[in-house]
Ligand binder design. Structure first.
Ligand code: LLP
Length: 438
């Protein structure tokens, strides 16, 4: 997909770059991001919303992959940006992302984060709970400013997805429940706060969703709620944010829809469920993360050792693993991979790809069909653009890989590989300990 292909040498090529050259230049493990594909995905969202005729913002959910170069691209493609921590906010601001198009999420924003975001004059806070609501109003009052907010609501929709990553159901740590009246109370309270400007509501029903029904149901619940709020409190929502969660294809059998299909279902549902009672259809915001960067990413690994257990299984170990891609261990996520330096060769064996961490659960792919694998071969795991680098760790004190963007035969580092010095960079040995005799 994207700009990947197999070249005359039988090597995988991404964005016009031969991956064996990328390995020679940058080493492995290496995250390779197809810049053109990322831009195309952004453009697909914008085009689909334009076609709807509704007012909109598409906020890239930076948690999927937040580095300064990515923030620049999101800005250039007309995206807004969803951040959930001071770290993501700082990255965006340092990259020159326009603060007005930054939305701040999270169920436990600290006082420091709230002050930093107000001082930066970000566009909107997505308020999760009453403690935050009052804190935000107090800080805004102290600074003598008015802050635009959305209230995060849980519409009671359960998306068809992995249980750990569904957030729209009632039993969730996030937001105000529409079903039990707490969302209604929150709207009432929010509209009474002197330094908060309530724009509307936000709902996010889960991640890696393949059907439109969940989104349509969420729109319907939110619209019914908006109508009630309008009638009983005289509050009109100017903005409805429907979150992210649009699925991508990791492996055969995954059946995501096109970006345009998700957007059309949402905008059609908005037209249906708002026009029936209101002359003003709200501005629609969405927050795709995975579907912007997921399939644009590929991780390159060098094959090292292997262990063949006759009649049982052959393990093939690579020079990375759960530290650069924790998703298989966390969610039992499935990935596909190819032998990138001999991509044309026929399949000869079934192997299981192990990471190098001291943990049996550090397996990237079970039962992968490959040509005969040798030590030194280059393995390319597909669809690692989202929630890989952003969830990477230094477990076992393994250094985080570099990230390169490739486009039309050019490659550029956007994150340098961590050094051993980086590994001990925050360590301190107090004198009390260093002075003690052995
Ligand atoms: N908006 C909100 C409020 C969210 O919580 C999320 C994701 C998104 C937008 C973006 O969702 P996306 O379009 O990327 O599905 N680490 C997990 C995914 C966690 C998603 C958390 N929230 C994974 O690796 O699958």
């Amino acid at each position: 997909h994207g700009t990947s292909q197999i070249n005359a040498a039988g090597h995988l090529e991404i964005g016009g770059c031969d991956v064996t050259d990328l390995k020679a230049k940058y080493g492995t493990p290496l995250y390779v991001v197809d810049e053109d594909l990322v831009r195309q995905r952004c453009q697909q969202y914008v085009a689909a919303f334009r076609a709807s005729g509704l007012k909109f913002q598409v906020a890239y959910a930076s948690k999927a992959f937040c580095v300064m170069a990515m923030c620049r691209i999101a800005d250039q493609e007309g995206m807004s940006l969803d951040v959930v921590s001071d770290g993501e906010l700082y990255t965006a601001l340092q990259a020159g992302f326009p603060a007005k198009r930054i939305h701040f999420h999270g169920n436990n924003k600290t006082l420091e984060e709230i002050e930093m975001a107000i001082d930066a004059e970000i566009g909107c806070f997505v308020v999760d709970n009453l403690i935050e609501l009052h804190l935000l109003n107090a800080v805004a009052a102290e600074k003598n400013v008015s802050v635009q907010i959305l209230l995060r609501v849980t519409p009671g929709v359960e998306a068809h997805t992995h249980e750990y990553i569904s957030t729209g159901q009632t039993d969730s740590k996030f937001g105000f429940d529409i079903g039990n009246g707490s969302a209604f109370e929150a709207v009432k309270l929010a509209s009474e706060q002197s330094n908060l400007d309530l724009l509307g509501v936000h709902s996010h029903i889960g991640s890696q969703i393949f059907e439109v029904e969940g989104f349509e149901m969420a729109v319907q619940r939110v619209a019914e709620f908006a109508q009630r709020v309008h009638q009983e409190l005289g509050v009109q929502f100017k903005v409805v944010n429907l979150g992210g969660g649009f699925g991508i294809r990791y492996v055969e059998g995954d059946t995501p829809l096109e970006v345009s299909q998700y957007v059309k279902a949402i905008t059609d549902a908005v037209k249906t469920h708002f026009s029936s009672w209101s002359s003003e259809v709200p501005e629609i915001w969405v927050e795709p993360g995975r579907s912007i960067v997921g399939d644009a990413g590929t991780t390159l690994y060098t094959v090292g050792t292997s262990k063949d257990i006759p009649g049982v299984r052959k393990y093939v170990a690579v020079d990375g693993g759960m530290t650069d891609n924790p998703r298989p261990a966390l969610y039992e996520s499935k990935y596909e991979a190819v032998l990138a330096n001999r991509a044309n060769e026929p399949i000869q064996e079934t192997v299981s790809i192990a990471g190098k961490c001291c943990e049996s659960g550090d397996m990237l792919i079970w039962d992968l069909d490959l040509p005969k694998v040798n030590s030194g071969d280059l393995l390319a795991v597909a669809c690692t653009g989202a929630y890989n680098y952003s969830m990477a760790s230094n477990y076992n004190r393994i250094r985080r890989p570099a990230v390169v963007f490739v486009n039309q035969g050019e490659s550029d580092l956007v994150v340098r590989r961590e050094t051993l010095q980086d590994i001990i960079g925050n360590d301190m040995v107090p004198e009390r300990i260093s002075k003690q005799a052995v």
